[in-house]
Design a protein around this ligand. Structure first.
Ligand code: CDT
Length: 310
């Protein structure tokens, strides 16, 4: 192995409304300790890893939801995780709800290196759901109410031996997410997710098709950009609402190296070689040789579809 890295998805089981940040951090610390014992260099926690998936709850007054947000990072609750990671020499991705000093709300992920320094920040670009209470849905998904779209783009950082990128949950369904990072030579894309096991607007769409969509987009994103991808779930039953698990690690061929078996706190570990990204990037997905950007103008010039006149 030329650039070996031991990586892990640190899947979270359900977090209930009443669970304190301290209780949750203690669970994340347990997973980090276990990962360190197994030689893990880089650990990927989930989206909104510190709280229940609160966008399922409606608040008339949005400020009432600020209890779910972090005003600084690290803070009193999360500093034990940063300290432990530094002591054990484990880097990590962590998703949380961010409230900035200027009063902006983002669905955020940070990348922390093995010395415990925050080396990257990403704010979720593709916010799913809706911004007003929807009586037609079996349950609410109010991300558009509580968060602003991310304002940092899709950066890639050279750290921990490779080119590292981040995205969050719904971003994985958009090929643009992976391609923008692919164009920066990304070799490992990390993402956390909270995905309901059923479609709130289509009850017949259950876990079978939903987990298929999850694998489909993670595997396609990996293959088409010749990169590793780690997808980490928050899983299980939160307040009567099931979220699917299947946290997984995908290689640059699009093949799954490991997948979670439970819907509880669980580590999925793989020893990877970042140099495995090189072959695809130099051959079939050598972007500089094969992309035809003169035909891609619509991708950035147009948002919705514009079919031809009938
Ligand atoms: N958290 C998040 O982004 N969840 C969405 C649910 C949308 S329903 C398809 C997701 O894309 O998984």
């Amino acid at each position: 192995m030329a650039r070996p890295l031991t990586v892990a998805a640190a899947q979270s089981g359900p977090i209930q409304k009443a669970d304190s940040r301290q209780e949750v951090i203690s669970r994340l610390c347990t997973m980090l300790e276990d990962a360190a014992d197994a030689g893990v260099d880089l650990l990927v926690f989930t989206e909104l890893a510190l709280t229940t998936f609160f966008p399922r709850y409606y608040a008339e007054n949005r400020a009432d939801m600020d209890i779910w947000f972090e005003k600084e990072m690290p803070n009193a609750a999360t500093s034990p995780l940063f300290r432990l990671a530094r002591e054990r020499g484990v880097g990590f991705y962590l998703g949380y709800a961010e409230l900035t000093p200027e009063g902006h709300h983002f669905n955020t992920a940070i990348l922390v290196d093995k010395a415990g320094n925050i080396v990257g920040k990403y704010r979720k670009v593709h916010l799913p759901g809706h911004d007003e209470f929807d009586t037609e849905r079996a349950f609410q998904h109010l991300e558009k109410r509580y968060f602003q779209p991310g304002d940092l783009g899709f950066p890639v950082w050279n750290t921990m031996g490779g080119n590292m990128g981040m995205c969050i949950c719904n971003d994985r369904r958009w090929p643009e997410t992976f391609r923008v990072m692919g164009l920066q030579g990304v070799e490992l894309v990390m993402l956390g997710y909270n995905t309901p096991s059923v479609n709130s607007q289509r009850p017949e769409e259950g876990p079978k098709i939903r987990t298929f969509h999850n694998r489909l987009v993670l595997q396609a994103g990996a293959y088409q950009n010749s990169t590793f991808v780690i997808g980490t779930a928050k899983a299980g039953d939160e307040d009567g609402h099931p979220l699917f698990g299947e946290s997984c690690i995908v290689d640059p061929n699009g093949e799954i190296l490991g997948v979670a078996k439970t819907e509880e706190d669980e580590l999925v570990i793989a020893e990877i070689d970042l140099d495995d990204c090189v072959f695809g990037k130099k051959t079939i997905f050598d972007f500089a040789r094969h992309r035809r950007i003169e035909h891609y103008g619509r991708i950035t010039a147009q948002t919705g579809e514009e079919p031809p006149a009938g």
